[in-house]
Design a protein around this ligand. Structure first.
Ligand code: MLT
Length: 412
């Protein structure tokens, strides 16, 4: 008899977004007329086509694959050197951050990388996670056996939850006690809050003093509009010695279906062995990726490289402006509807307080049933997300305007 991984049984519900899709399908099957006017602002999935520079690079790369002379088989698991070099230069060195080409590991997604990184971290770490938070961080730690059971509110024992609330601007503060691994996401999914320099400095200081590792998810970095906000944790002195950064091409280049991302593991970042020696994490991640991952396809890496061309950069900017324009419309629409609104300025997500004593899932049902709009219930991101919902700005302009109108006419 084979044994299963009991840790999976601790997970109370299905993964948030498939669960929402299931509920939406049930609603649409039962209400075919409403289904026709349904607008999805739930999962943060891009809607606009790939930038033309990307499409051209993909066509060219496909042609290369069609000829014996230029065909490519297995590529380097960490990514082709030309893409790693373009990333390190454009996203880091040009912004004054000290990141070498070979500290970049190209992958197929930040969701995968933030889960897979646990392979190279020990099982006894004290893990700190914001609440609310992107559910992957919690769920992957549950799967890896790093938690106990969940309580009624869905909070798992053994995790240290860092409350994110209006009074701290939804940016978690370092805890008073010691933790070994800290997940930070800025700009934040789901709250849309973005950490400023002093806030990140406090975290780097804490991590250096405690010899902790920060897992910094910057998948929404391109949405930062405030010139004073850091785009990378490596803008903070000392971060190279305590932080891994995750980036994605999903939300800037529109690669949610195309799949390409990367993780930065500085060579100066160490963690402790059981016997108390400090050893670098970089070779462990390289070993993990070469063993368990075959790299991103050549065509897609060429597509990602095109995002760094002058036209690519301009086209990405236009995409970001489009989604941020939607965010503004949705923010203002929700405000006019009398709702208390956060985020949506440096992020493509609007975080909304539910009115009266309406719970997150009640708000989801109400907005789906009465306005035929799909949002994400805040409680799906953690117990402190209860009483909120998230509106995604990834949509067409016409849909964003229509959602703003429908929110306005909604009677709670
Ligand atoms: C979200 O809606 O939170 C994101 O789209 C999920 C993801 O990026 O995996």
């Amino acid at each position: 008899m084979a044994f299963l991984n009991d840790n999976f049984l601790k997970l109370k519900a299905g993964y948030l977004f498939p669960e929402i899709a299931r509920r939406v399908k049930t609603f649409c099957d039962a209400n075919p007329e409403a289904a026709k006017r349904l607008i999805r602002c739930g999962i943060g999935d891009v809607t606009e086509p790939l930038p033309p520079a990307v499409v051209a690079a993909m066509h060219k790369a496909v042609d290369e694959m069609a000829s014996r002379e230029t065909f490519k088989g297995y590529g380097p698991e960490q990514g082709y050197e030309w893409l790693r070099a373009a990333i390190a230069k454009n996203d880091f060195r040009d912004r004054g951050c000290d990141v070498a080409d070979d500290e970049i590991f190209v992958s197929d997604g930040t969701k995968c990388d933030t889960g897979n990184i646990l392979d190279i971290l020990g099982g006894k770490n004290k893990i700190a996670i914001s609440d609310p938070v992107y559910p992957v961080y919690v769920d992957t730690n549950v799967m890896a056996g790093h938690t106990g059971e969940a309580n009624e509110a869905g909070a798992f024992s053994k995790l240290v939850y860092l409350p994110c609330k209006p009074s701290n601007g939804f940016i978690p503060e370092p805890p008073k006690k010691h933790v070994d691994v800290i997940y930070l996401c800025s700009p934040n999914n789901p709250t849309g809050a973005a950490a400023n320099r002093p806030q990140l400095e406090a975290w780097v200081k804490y991590a250096l003093e405690n010899k902790s590792v920060i897992l910094f998810d910057a998948a929404y970095e391109a949405y930062i509009t405030d010139a004073n906000l850091p785009h990378s944790i490596y803008e903070i002195p000392g971060a190279r010695d305590c932080a891994i950064e995750f980036r994605s091409f999903s939300k800037n280049g529109g690669f949610t279906g195309t799949r390409c991302a990367y993780t930065v593991v500085p060579k100066s970042l160490n963690a402790q062995t059981k016997s108390g020696e400090f050893k670098p994490l970089h070779p462990l991640w390289a070993r993990r990726q070469t063993t368990k991952f075959n790299g991103v396809s050549y065509v897609i890496q060429r597509a990602a490289e095109a995002l760094y061309s002058p036209e690519g950069k301009q086209q990405v900017r236009a995409l970001i402006e489009h989604y941020l324009g939607n965010a503004k419309i949705l923010r203002e629409g929700a405000k006019k509807a009398g709702l208390k609104v956060f985020g949506g300025v440096n992020a493509p997500y609007i975080w909304v307080r539910t009115p009266k004593d309406v719970t997150s899932w009640q708000a989801f049902d109400k907005i789906l049933g009465a306005a035929n709009v799909v949002i994400t219930p805040g409680s799906g991101f953690g117990s402190r997300g209860e009483g909120y919902f998230r509106i995604s700005a990834f949509n067409s302009r016409a849909n964003a305007e229509e959602v703003a109108r429908r929110l306005h006419t909604l009677k709670w």
